[in-house]
Design a protein around this ligand. Sequence first.
Ligand code: SF4
Ligand code: FES
Length: 242
Amino acid sequence: MKCSFTVYRFDPAVDKKGRYQEYTLEAERTDKILDCLNKIRWEQDPTLAYRFSCAHGICGSDAMVINGRIELACQKLVKDFKTGNNFVIEPLPLFSVIKDLIVDMNPFFAKHRHIRPYLITAGKALAEEFLQDAAQQAVIEPALRCILCASCTAACPINRANGEYLGPAALLRAFRYIFDSRDAATDSRLVQIDSPEGVWGCKSMRWCTDVCPKGIPVTKCLGQIKRLVKQRAQGPSREPRP
Ligand code: SF4
Ligand code: FES
């Protein structure tokens, strides 16, 4: 069927501001939106720029705004939209546009690095195994599904108002280590994010949870961090892990 794609374009080499370009193409109802962008690029306009890699919802590189909602282009099919055959494709909000649908993810990954996204084991010998049972693993399992697509952070209204706020993706990654039974840096991790730019920046507006393409209960995880911060403030003896 014939589909119309209105795509945001911006080339810093020639454009002073963004503009929209119309494309018409033949697509199947079962085509992914990413397939459609590929058709445009391969058959009509090789200058159209966007990111993708896996095409299967794993790498997190093709988050964009499709008909006003943040989605992964590889996870949405033409038939998933109630807007008929018309699609408007725009880059992720919050981040500055490098070209067309490609945004600058450096600020996003800087915040990710800031929360120390790795296991801290307090000098345990590297030759030893870091055992974890199924129940302990289940606590952090939702956060393990995160593909760092930045959809949640781009959607978060707090992030849009306060550029210093770490944002839901970085805080979810903090959750993943704070509640990891093998990590030895719980206290310093909690201290690091116990601020308005950290976990208290979250006002539980749930936009992050709503857009997450992996169905992660982001707001709930951040709530668990808040509870643990409060419990820690009341004394080290009150240190339950969920
Ligand atoms: Fe993407 Fe969800 Fe991870 Fe946020 S929590 S970066 S929306 S996968
Ligand atoms: Fe990898 Fe969509 S291309 S998540």
